[in-house]
Design a protein around this ligand. Structure first.
Ligand code: GLC
Length: 504
């Protein structure tokens, strides 16, 4: 009966068909479905962020979605810090059980759409309802669960991405599970944001926690341990890191934290793409966190921001004293010992120093001591304070970043958007984004060695230029105009995905 009806309908249509109608179906033909990209990260701004990874995972997918060529989705854990205002906007997609070794764990998938991107949140209160994002004895199990939940989510939601882009060790199990257990058809990209954190565990938990057998163990085993980052490098189709220079440095034992051989073997799939920054969040003209907005055409607001900064840190309110800012984790590999070695000489000059950050007790104590010795010249705030960091970027004149290694670094690019001149060591992304003023069109001051006296020299050169008001203002205006947005980098990621799949 049903078949007959369809037949009659079909006949009717044939009868009425005209030349015009035959063209119509072609015009109406659906555009081919966009290829699907899933970005997996353990932190994503604005939902949960503790550092550069979260900033990148917050802005890169949005920039990719703006190109309208890919269906872009992002998945992250539903941490406790993701509060009610966000939760109210979420839709529950699915509830299922995830098998992690012998454990069977609850998993809820929630979703939320924003700025052209679909965000998925993996809910499990036992693993993620905690005060911090990381730093727990069972981080391996927590992120093992997260990766397994993401892998199970694909068939639960009937959503099969074409490319899965996993970030850092917390998501390293995604390509590993795919190679050894799931065998989905997607291509995988793994990005190293910092090789210092590899996800290393005792081999004893291979089956018990990660649910991997001895054969899969071969991917992750390294130097007698489980090394998740090593496994991801082996199992991914492409591996990227966050600047071209860091990609080169990773082949060097000084930077590679014992993974240089693995990097060298996989060199053929390694690419370095410099991060961008969100020019919406870091914009001197619109930033709501700062006392006065300004543009490169009119820097008068910056003078107000400087005065406010001096007030806040109880320094002399003097527009002519240059303020050198340090906003950093206060740890050795950020070059704190170089700063310590250079400040004695620098403080003989007419300068003010402003420090914001938390870190090792040793350096915290050092900066407390420095403040006690030079209370009128050195302001110190030992905390992590996003809003204050904006006010420092806006009010300072120079920004110090002498890292021993820096995969990309975002602060040097952010500082320059506020006309604050970066002084950096030539490594990783610092080397790729900041060039010394002595080299024609420079946008900062740089040094190459790991000697405090070379940092000292770079700072003294900056202080010298600062004395020439016109030249300094010209430099401030120039660096404010440099394009550090995601535009360029997102195009490079598109090209990278094109190496793996066809994109219309
Ligand atoms: C890590 C790196 C930093 C980079 C950020 C984003 O935090 O240490 O250099 O900018 O990731 O990729």
């Amino acid at each position: 009966m049903a078949a007959k009806k369809t037949e009659t309908k079909a006949k009717k249509t044939t009868k009425k068909t005209t030349k015009k109608d035959t063209i119509k179906p072609i015009e109406k033909a659906k555009k081919p479905e966009k290829k699907k990209l899933l970005f997996v990260a353990s932190e994503v701004q604005p939902f949960a962020v503790s550092g550069g990874l979260g900033e990148v995972a917050g802005s890169l997918p949005v920039s990719l979605a703006q190109k309208h060529k890919l269906d872009v989705r992002v998945v992250l854990p539903l941490y406790r810090c993701i509060g009610q205002p966000w939760r109210k906007k979420m839709k529950q997609e699915k509830v299922f059980q995830v098998q992690l070794g012998w454990r069977s764990q609850y998993c809820g998938i929630f979703s939320l759409k924003q700025h052209g991107v679909t965000y998925y949140f993996v809910d499990n209160e036992y693993y993620f309802h905690r005060d911090n994002l990381y730093g727990y004895y069972d981080d391996g199990e927590r992120f093992g669960y997260f990766c397994r939940a993401v892998m199970d989510m694909f068939h639960e939601l009937d959503y099969y991405p074409d490319v899965v882009h996993a970030n850092d060790w917390q998501c390293a199990l995604i390509p590993i599970y795919n190679m050894s257990v799931y065998h989905y058809g997607f291509k995988s990209v793994f990005t190293i944001h910092n090789i210092a954190y590899q996800g290393q565990y005792d081999l004893a938990i291979l089956g018990d926690v990660f649910g991997l057998d001895a054969e899969a163990g071969a991917y992750v085993e390294y130097q007698g341990c489980i090394n998740l980052m090593k496994g991801a490098i082996q199992c991914s189709n492409l591996v990227t890191t966050v600047s071209p220079s860091y990609a080169q440095e990773l082949k060097d034992p000084f930077y590679a934290e014992c993974l240089e051989k693995i990097i060298q073997e996989n060199d053929y799939k390694l690419r370095g793409i410099l991060n961008g920054i969100s020019t919406k969040i870091y914009n001197a003209q619109t930033d709501p966190e700062i006392a006065a907005n300004f543009t490169k055409k009119d820097l008068s607001g910056k003078a107000i921001d400087k005065r406010e900064l001096q007030k806040q840190f109880q320094l002399k309110e003097d527009p002519d004293v240059p303020i050198i800012a340090i906003v950093s984790r206060l740890v050795y590999h950020k070059g704190m010992h170089l700063i310590q070695g250079a400040l004695g000489r620098i403080l003989q000059e007419n300068v003010q120093i402003v420090v914001l950050g938390v870190g090792d007790d040793y350096y915290q104590d050092y900066f407390r001591w420095l403040h006690s010795q030079y209370a009128s010249k050195v302001g110190v705030n030992l905390s992590f304070n996003g809003s204050l960091s904006h006010r420092i970027y806006a009010g300072a004149d120079m920004f110090l970043m002498p890292s021993l290694s820096e995969p990309c670094g975002l602060a040097q690019m952010i500082a320059s958007q506020y006309g604050t001149v970066p002084i950096v060591r030539e490594t990783g992304g610092l080397r790729d984004s900041i060039h010394d003023c002595s080299l024609g069109e420079g946008n900062g001051f740089t040094f190459a060695s790991m000697e405090a006296r070379d940092l000292e020299d770079a700072v003294l050169r900056a202080l010298e230029l600062y004395k020439d008001k016109d030249a300094w203002e010209k430099l401030c205006k120039y660096i404010m105009g440099i394009d550090f947005s995601w535009r360029n980098s997102a195009s490079q990621y598109m090209d990278l995905y094109r190496e793996l799949i066809e994109i219309a």
